[in-house]
Design a protein around this ligand. Structure first.
Ligand SMILES: Nc1ncnc2c1ncn2[C@@H]1O[C@H](COP(=O)(O)OP(=O)(O)OP(=O)(O)O)[C@@H](O)[C@H]1O
Ligand SMILES: *[C@@H]1O[C@H](CO)[C@@H](O)[C@H](O)[C@H]1NC(C)=O
Length: 314
């Protein structure tokens, strides 16, 4: 079924974006042209980021996504192939461009960003249906919200029907998230600001995260993880159980872009490879993988491979 041969363990249904990053002393004013001192192109998009992290850890992965039939789309297909990711369900369309994020960063680290979702929004129910052979045989399915919410929900339901475990990352969050998303999530994983938006409550401390996590769990998910940056994460596994804070190692963060996606990609790897491992232990290990990613610049380029990680994580 797959060009890679054999069964796929981790299926990601989600977005791909090309990041076009310019570094400048200060952000330009309206109508102004200024010179920047650095430019680079990076592979991004939450879905693809998570897929690449899972693949780098050694998971057999497939990406379900839509790209433009253009230069950046071709490059993205090659990026997946370079990572051994199955592209059986990567489609290219002439109807829209490959998703792009034009990012301007000033020397103070502030930014201005324009995102054009493009082809990502054309990933619909038909494409999800075509991916059923991979989804129904997988060990875990992962979705986010950078594609149409309908398509994400369809993928989650398809996985549940085949008893495939699901990770749902409600990012970027929408305040009125449909209640079916909670019921279809075995692991509901979000960051502090997403948890705030979803519940309307402030998340300023580990205790707050625990409380908000309990509320999210009550909406019907199997378990909840709220990531807390340098503070690691909070895991809530069952009704009535107390939230567990899972701290991470203290490191010098250079660039935290994409840390959340590194965490989720690693989590997907652990669910696929160690299905009986307690979620708290998976979260502890995913923290350590994501902590490596923040110590170098870039998004996917900062994600560690299996060979870069201590063997105790495997
Ligand atoms: N400064 C840090 N030191 C150590 N680990 C970190 C740091 N920042 C992030 N992490 C790790 O990455 C995980 C995700 O980080 P965070 O909660 O900031 O997600 P996020 O906001 O979705 O990330 P981003 O939006 O930057 O991609 C954390 O749970 C933690 O394991
Ligand atoms: C949480 O993730 C969103 C993207 O979905 C990002 O915009 C936001 O900055 C993150 N919040 C924190 C506290 O890192």
């Amino acid at each position: 079924m797959s060009v890679m041969g054999g069964q796929v363990d981790v299926v990601i249904v989600g977005s791909c974006m090309t990041d076009l990053v310019s570094q400048v002393q200060r952000l330009p004013k309206v109508g102004e042209t200024i010179h920047g001192h650095k430019f680079f192109i990076g592979f991004g998009g939450k879905g693809a980021n998570q897929c690449v992290q899972a693949a780098r850890m050694g998971a057999k992965t497939a990406m379900v996504c839509k790209l433009g039939n253009d230069f950046f789309g071709d490059k993205y297909v090659q990026n997946f192939k370079d990572h051994g990711i199955s592209t059986d369900y990567v489609e290219q369309t002439a109807e829209a461009v490959t998703g792009a994020a034009s990012i301007i960063v000033n020397d103070a680290g502030e930014n201005a960003i324009v995102i054009v979702a493009g082809a990502n929004l054309l990933l619909g129910n038909e494409e999800i249906q075509r991916a059923k052979p991979a989804v129904s045989q997988a060990k875990v399915l992962v979705c986010q919200l950078e594609i149409s919410p309908d398509a994400s929900l369809k993928a989650l339901h398809m996985a549940k029907e085949s008893y495939v475990r699901t990770i749902f990352n409600p990012a970027p969050a929408i305040a009125d998230l449909h209640s079916d998303f909670y019921k279809a999530s075995d692991v509901f994983c979000c960051n502090e600001s997403e948890a705030e938006l979803l519940t309307g409550q402030t998340v300023a401390t580990v205790e707050d995260a625990g409380k908000v996590g309990v509320e999210l769990l009550g909406r019907g998910c199997g378990s909840v993880i709220i990531t807390l940056g340098a503070q690691g994460c909070v895991v809530i596994t069952a009704q009535g159980s107390s939230p567990k804070h899972v701290p991470t190692s203290k490191v010098t963060a250079v660039d935290t872009t994409g840390a959340g996606d590194s965490f989720i990609g690693a989590l997907a790897f652990y669910i696929a490879h160690y299905p009986t491992m307690p979620l708290e232990e998976m979260a502890r290990r995913a923290n350590l993988v994501a902590a490596v990613s923040v110590q170098t610049e870039g998004t996917q380029s900062s994600y560690p491979c299996k060979k870069d990680l201590p063997s105790a994580l495997f």
